[in-house]
Design a protein around this ligand. Structure first.
Ligand code: TMP
Length: 211
């Protein structure tokens, strides 16, 4: 059986992850590779319930940053055990919209919980499911938020309703994580035309994997 491939997409709000994930899945399928598209928080029934608590529940209004981190990690642990590891074991390509690096950037840095706790919890939750490749779609925070607001009709969820400085901290953090993990990360400028961005993604994927 062919080895599974685990690719994660990261980036700030409005960076265009979901449309590129769909296009990349079409590419893999055209090469006869079975693909699973999934997302965090979410991806399994239980993890999607946790997603709703994190992003939309009215009870989330006073969520403490530690509770927030633990909910993201609980959602991740279930997602890894129920969906990601079994799909990789079956030789599938798993394309995941956000993963553990989002907790490092959003909770560790922007929420100021610190790298050590987040790193420990990330490792515990992922249980060895380390992405083969992480594509960071980089876009200035202001531009990304403007795109996200247009998409969501100016009705952001709880994580989308922070001050711009929060998303600037997220962006800086992602760029730092990428520079510390050059073998895993590809940083793609996502502020230009969609087609040009996707071409950079596909070139990076072809260079790394035999597809
Ligand atoms: P999405 O809008 O990309 O679906 O992601 C949902 C929000 O959750 C987004 O604002 C990023 C945030 N998030 C975290 O803060 N920590 C995490 O670990 C994950 C996976 C997402």
């Amino acid at each position: 059986m062919q080895r599974g491939i685990f690719i994660t997409f990261e980036g700030g709000e409005g960076c265009g992850k979901s449309s590129h994930i769909k296009s990349l899945a079409q590419y893999f399928e055209s090469k006869s590779r079975q693909c699973v598209i999934t997302r965090e928080p979410g991806g399994t029934p239980l993890s999607e319930k946790i997603r709703d608590l994190l992003l939309n529940a009215k009870e989330g209004a006073k969520m403490s940053p530690r509770a927030e981190l633990l909910l993201f990690e609980a959602s991740r642990a279930q997602h890894v055990d129920e969906l990601i590891l079994p799909a990789l074991a079956e030789g599938k390509v798993v394309l995941c919209d956000r993963f553990a690096d989002s907790s490092s950037a959003y909770q560790g840095v922007a929420r100021k919980l610190g790298g050590d706790s987040v790193e420990w919890l990330n490792n515990f939750a992922v249980a060895g499911a380390i992405p083969d490749m992480t594509i960071l779609l980089d876009i200035p925070a202001e531009e990304g938020i403007a795109r996200a607001n247009a998409r969501d009709n100016d009705n952001p969820d709880r994580m989308g309703a922070e001050k711009i400085s929060f998303y600037q901290a997220v962006r800086e953090s992602f760029l730092k994580i990428a520079s510390q993990n050059p073998n895993r990360f590809v940083v793609v400028d996502s502020s230009g035309e969609k087609e040009a961005t996707f071409e950079k993604i596909i070139n990076a994927v072809k260079e790394k994997f035999d597809v």
